[in-house]
Design a protein around this ligand. Structure first.
Ligand code: KE4
Length: 424
């Protein structure tokens, strides 16, 4: 595969941008290769600067549920640009999108738009602390909620890959109020809540973990979190930055039938533009400035272009509920091919899949928590990644991410993907 132009650009980028990338996971370090620089994308295809075209299962880490450059979204964004890019004043678009989010997720009675998932989670946690007057937050090892200081403790996603569980530059005092439990381990939650429960502002969880690879909540786990937070007067925050509008139009909270107190969203809600959101019960959200005493602000929050992309994306998803069963079926086909490959070669492959999210682990263990996820053979994953890439399929350049299937993935491309897997 000719990667001459990518290599040139990467070499130069290394001089001006840390690691040559604006987000660590893009550096391909976990798979021992240099990253490809992308020139354009449309539908389920992505094309690099050397003209190599791939079937894309990264989908920009989640936003691309409709595929790249959906005509209706692009038309809307282009028209919005002609009206100016940002006003720093309220617009009708923000109300339209707020209405759509609250209608999709009834637990969200009021919502604030921000510019990234990190900002959404950071803000939600501040509001939870302001509302409860408590300082502790409980999170789960291997769950990733963005890079705000207090949460970079045993973070998942790239932090997990770079084997630096605690980021340097974060004073110990910033993380002393962060408790870390084990995903799918009720006992670890109970122990911490018995000790700190009265001081815990919130438990924050990825209702489906997708930053240590994809790990599904065991039956009763989310219900347990809902119950124990109520027992101790703590809030339950669902971090739906990935699962929101992904597992269904109502996200994981609709899929599992759990009503959290607060929800964070990102990725799909912005339709591929820099936008995220946090929201929840009215009495909690009325803590936010200028109504309440918890400060949160943003120059480009609710930006007219980003809200247009989000609105058009949600309109299409709402109008096409059938997309969700279609992308689930496509993901199931890929999962089946991965398992079949394992059977034929005797190479241990453990596959987790839910809706259009899936992930292959190279381990013979069932992957149901952080320890089993990190028992995966990372060298085998890197080889799998290389084989897929060389054969025109672009999967996540890290074991600790997810594969995303979009409504634009054609049956032919799904078939092609399965063939490449079976030939691996
Ligand atoms: P951003 O700040 O990257 O928009 O969102 C942070 C975030 C919050 N919560 C969850 C559950 C997330 O998955 C993320 C970000 N996800 C990663 C991919 N696993 C973003 C990719 C990257 O870091 O480049």
């Amino acid at each position: 595969m000719n990667t001459k132009r990518s290599e040139e650009l990467f070499k130069k980028s290394l001089e001006k941008i840390p690691g040559g990338v604006n987000s660590p996971v893009r550096a391909f370090r976990a798979v021992g290769r240099n990253p490809l620089f992308i020139d354009h994308a449309a539908g389920d295809r992505i094309t690099d600067v050397d003209g190599n075209e791939f079937i894309d299962y990264v989908c920009s880490w989640g936003p691309g549920i409709l595929g790249h450059a959906h005509p209706q979204v692009i038309r809307g964004v282009k028209a919005a640009c002609d009206k100016g890019l940002t006003y720093g004043a309220p617009t009708e678009n923000e109300l339209i999108l707020a209405d759509m989010i609250c209608e999709a997720m009834p637990s969200v009675e009021k919502v604030r738009l921000v510019s990234s998932g990190t900002e959404a989670v950071m803000s939600a946690i501040r509001v939870a602390r302001g509302y409860t007057g408590r300082d502790y937050i409980l999170k789960f090892k291997g769950n990733y909620h963005g890079h705000s200081d207090g949460l970079l403790v045993k973070a998942g996603s790239a932090a997990l890959t770079t084997a630096v569980p605690d980021s340097s530059g974060v004073p110990a005092s910033y993380t002393q109020n962060t408790l870390v439990a084990l995903y799918n381990d009720k006992e670890s939650v109970r122990e911490l809540m018995e000790k700190y429960g009265e001081q815990v502002a919130a438990i924050i969880v990825e209702p489906v973990a997708a930053n240590m690879g994809v790990v599904l909540p065991e039956d009763g786990f989310l219900e347990y979190l809902r119950k124990i937070t109520e027992e101790y007067g703590a809030l339950l925050i669902f971090d739906e930055v990935i699962t929101g509008f992904r597992l269904g139009y109502g996200g994981a909270q609709e899929y599992f039938g759990i009503r959290p107190d607060m929800t964070t969203m990102g990725k799909i809600v912005g339709g591929g533009m820099p936008m995220a959101a946090y929201g929840g019960r009215r009495d909690i959200m009325d803590m936010v400035s200028p109504v309440g005493p918890v400060y949160q602000a943003g120059t480009l929050s609710g930006n007219p272009i980003a809200t247009t992309a989000g609105i058009e994306t949600l309109k299409i998803l709402k109008a096409h509920p059938e997309y969700y069963s279609q992308i689930e079926e496509k993901a199931e086909k890929i999962a089946a091919a991965l398992k079949e490959r394992g059977r034929r070669t005797g190479i241990p492959v453990s596959v987790n899949q839910i809706g259009s999210l899936l992930c292959a682990f190279f381990t013979d263990r069932h992957v149901g928590d952080y320890d089993s996820a990190t028992s995966s053979d990372l060298k085998a994953y890197a080889e799998y990644f290389g084989h897929m890439l060389e054969n025109g399929v672009y999967v996540a350049p890290s074991q600790y991410e997810a594969m995303f299937v979009s409504a634009a993935h054609s049956d032919e491309d799904i078939e092609r993907t399965c063939q490449v897997i079976l030939e691996a």
